[in-house]
Design a protein around this ligand. Structure first.
Ligand code: ACO
Ligand code: ZN
Length: 225
């Protein structure tokens, strides 16, 4: 199999600094056995998790030159739900969520971006909500070394008054090697167009739960354009 060949090639190169795997995107030190072992484990789990074999009945909600978006509803066949669950677990591991459960699995919809190479390279989990708190902009701190570094350590300030909302983005994830190609944007567009049958959700009516720094940068860009 191609992925095994790739692993052997990677392991054979001796680097001293951090290396980035061109298949799974993990950055690790090839000089450390422990790192290498962790990489092999992640590499295999990721490749298995994002593999899409194709289903007889798939619900395509958007099609593009580089892939398509599938929607999975709670009453879909077992195999579809199982795949959505597998991808969610992968995403949760990457986001550092432990043993997380969905608030309302019966109303949750998953959206998967499947590339032409039949890999699931993006995922959004959306759930119905009634209200959300607006994240308030932090005053910029000119003394901090870089915006990125300060972003990672700060807590978001939220407004105290809830505003009405209809759709919560519980998770959004795009495969590390295919980020900044508009996959996240297209996934959220698909959610807005199809989450509630027959109605289009405005950017005001969607909310992102507990965003990471990446998630917050994405959300503020998405909601202001
Ligand atoms: N830094 C700055 N701006 C960004 C970033 C970033 N890291 N990511 C997205 N944006 C902004 C940009 O303005 C971008 O437009 P541009 O590329 O033309 O400048 C715009 O958002 C749209 O970006 P997309 O290409 O559509 O987003 P992408 O496909 O890269 O997915 C995502 C963004 C999902 C946040 C991705 O970076 C990711 O998976 N990160 C790791 C997982 C994660 O942190 N997910 C969010 C968790 S929070 C939650 O789930 C509710
Ligand atoms: Zn790898």
């Amino acid at each position: 199999k191609a992925c095994e060949d790739q692993l052997i090639i990677d392991a054979g190169q001796k680097h001293f600094g951090p290396v980035s795997c061109s298949t799974c995107g993990m950055i690790y030190s090839a000089a450390s056995l422990e790192d290498e072992a962790q990489h092999v484990q992640y590499h295999q789990r990721l490749l298995e998790g994002i593999r899409y074999v194709g289903w007889k009945k798939e619900r395509v909600v958007a099609e593009f030159w580089d892939g398509k978006i599938l929607m999975i509803s709670p009453d879909d066949p077992k195999y579809a739900l199982k795949k959505a669950e597998e991808v969610r677990e992968l995403v949760d591991t990457e986001l550092g969520f432990q043993q997380s459960t969905l608030t309302c699995p019966k109303k949750t919809k998953s959206y998967l971006f499947v590339s032409n190479e039949k890999k699931i390279v993006g995922c959004v989990i959306a759930e119905p909500i009634k209200q959300a708190y607006r994240v308030l902009a932090e005053p910029s701190s000119p003394g901090s070394e870089s915006r990125d570094a300060s972003d990672r350590h700060r807590a978001w300030r939220c407004s105290t008054a809830p505003e009405s909302a209809v759709c919560g983005i519980s998770r959004i994830w795009v495969f590390a090697l295919t980020r900044r190609k508009g996959i996240g944007r297209r996934l959220v567009d698909a959610v807005r167009a199809s989450f509630i049958y027959g109605s289009y959700i405005s950017t005001e009516e969607i909310a992102f739960s507990d965003p990471t720094p990446d998630g917050k940068r994405f959300a503020s860009s998405y909601c202001h354009v």
